[in-house]
Design a binder for this molecule. Structure first.
Ligand SMILES: Cc1ncc(COP(=O)(O)O)c(C=O)c1O
Length: 504
């Protein structure tokens, strides 16, 4: 038997040392690189990213490729032997990463874009490099403490009381699942459950309801009014009907900024309603929550502090890399009683109430260190810069709305709200039917995808096909917005002419 079995491995090779690949248990293993090469590779990646960032405005905001082309490029068996890491990085940078919507492009207006700060990006690198796992206080006390700090910042911004708390999650979807678990437990885990939300709520909320065991046909997507806000009368009617039928409502989910239009549900009225009904109120503020850092946002989101829980997405309007979400609960113990379990294997991690184990507040045990990116970004730039960056999105959206209303070709399909403008090509002096308008606008959107630097997406608003710009990237300028709207007008005129409605 080899007498080195059980002895500690030798130190990894230093920079410049020859790396002799040893096999057997006495060697440290060959999944390591010498320090000099580690540094060279890190420099290479940093250079790639900084160059990408400098060139971004001149590139297209969207690049996509079809499956067959990507199969040809990438489909292969995992290689048995490795090859130089620099080559692998080059391949990723050349053949994989470009085929993606550049969500941080100043002209990316589709879905919900954002632009992570560089300190936030570096924080993700550091968190991965330090291999931190803020699952429990024992395993990561410094990072757990920083998560407390960041959660407390959010708590105060939202006007929540001291007993509130929560955790950082992978995003809004995970925050919604955690919220509905807490709501279901607070309701005593009844049978035949229902949840309520508006027909504008994000699909993540419906999925979260399904995950916690609400039958699909008992997820009530209540009608919204002409401004896409939940209709309180419709909600009351539906809930009365359900109670009469012996169903058990467990939660109402309100929107603080719908993804489609930025609409904000009547938060105060919903809080009154839920109080009277003894029901959990969750506010999905994944999109709009950080608007609370501006004066206008504070006014618009009044009442949010009355919710039992609030979901937020720092990877949207707080300019963080994916995956940075958050769930706050007005009483942090509601999360703990919904999620905490005490397996024997974690018996050493119980350090008492001042030393929270974040794994006890949500669905993940192993977790990435998300607080670091928020903290490093805010430490670097300061809150005043963040406030300005968020306010800028709302100002640009308001200006875009003015442009749309003054345009002879465009029609506003909603008031701008929280940085989102909805509109379509529909010349005021033409009387086009809905079918033609949808065809024209679909054509315009396709031209934007393939022929323009900007990227935008569409949605249906109460059945009407609508173009939509979400303007929340801190690097976007008015020229970016104006030139994108000019492209829409130009493509609109072309499409109208092709459809036989254009004027010379
Ligand atoms: C309002 C709203 N809620 C929830 C989500 C889902 O969040 P995530 O994609 O972070 O899981 C989104 C995503 O765009 C959203 O806009």
């Amino acid at each position: 038997m080899d007498d080195t079995v059980g002895k500690k491995g030798t130190a990894p090779p230093r920079a410049g040392e020859a790396t002799e690949v040893r096999s057997g248990v006495e060697a440290p293993g060959d999944l390591q690189l010498p320090p000099g090469e580690m540094l060279d590779l890190a420099h290479k990646v940093a250079e790639l990213l900084v160059e990408r960032s400098a060139n971004l405005p001149e590139e297209n905001a969207w690049e996509g490729e079809f499956r067959q082309v990507l199969d040809d490029q990438l489909l292969e068996e995992p290689p048995e032997e490795g090859r130089p890491a620099a080559e692998v990085i080059d391949k990723a940078a050349r053949e994989i990463l470009p085929y993606s919507s550049r969500m941080d492009h100043p002209r990316c207006f589709g879905f919900v874009p954002s632009s992570p700060t560089w300190p936030g990006v570096l924080a993700d690198f550091m968190a991965a490099g330090y291999h931190v796992n803020p699952c429990t206080w024992l395993v990561a006390s410094g990072p757990s403490h920083l998560e407390l700090v960041v959660i407390d910042w959010f708590r105060r911004w939202l006007g929540y009381p001291e007993g509130a708390g929560g955790l950082l999650t992978s995003g809004g979807s995970a925050a919604s699942v955690d919220a509905f678990v807490a709501a279901r437990e607070a309701a005593g885990h009844p049978e035949r459950t229902t949840v309520y939300m508006s027909d504008q709520s994000h699909s993540a909320l419906s999925r979260a309801a399904m995950i916690v065991g609400v039958r699909r046909d008992r997820i009530r997507r209540v009608a919204s009014d002409e401004h896409f806000r939940l209709d309180m009368d419709a909600l009351a009617r539906q809930m009365a009907e359900d109670r009469t039928a012996g169903l058990s409502p467990i939660a109402v989910a309100a929107n603080a900024g719908t993804t489609a239009t930025g609409a904000i549900d009547p938060l105060e009225a919903l809080a009154d309603f839920c109080e009277a009904e003894g029901l959990w109120l969750h506010v999905d503020a994944a999109y709009g929550g950080f608007a609370i850092l501006t004066e206008e946002g504070k006014r618009l989101l009044r009442g949010i502090e009355r919710a039992d829980s609030i979901g937020l997405d720092p990877h949207k309007w707080l300019f963080q890399p994916y995956e940075t979400g958050c769930l706050l609960a007005k009483d942090r113990n509601t999360l703990k009683s919904a999620f905490a379990v005490r397996p024997d294997i974690l018996q050493d991690t119980v350090w008492g109430k001042d030393h929270p184990n974040f794994a006890d507040y949500g669905l993940q045990l192993s977790r990435s260190f998300r607080a670091l990116k928020v903290w490093m970004s805010i430490q670097t730039f300061g809150m005043a810069s963040f406030r300005r960056a968020i306010a800028k999105g709302m100002e640009l959206a308001a200006r875009a709305e003015d442009y749309v209303r003054a345009s002879p070709v465009l029609e506003a399909t909603n008031m701008p709200s929280l940085g989102i403008v909805c509109f379509r090509v529909n010349p005021a002096d033409d009387d086009l039917d809905e079918e033609t308008l949808e065809e024209v606008n679909r054509t315009v959107l396709a031209r934007m995808f393939w022929d323009d630097r900007a990227f935008m997406s569409s949605t249906m608003l109460h059945g009407t096909f609508t173009l939509r710009m979400c303007i929340v990237n801190h690097t976007t300028t008015w020229d970016d917005v104006r030139e994108t709207l000019e492209s829409v007008e130009r493509f609109g005129r072309d499409a109208l002419t092709k459809a036989g409605h254009g004027r010379p």
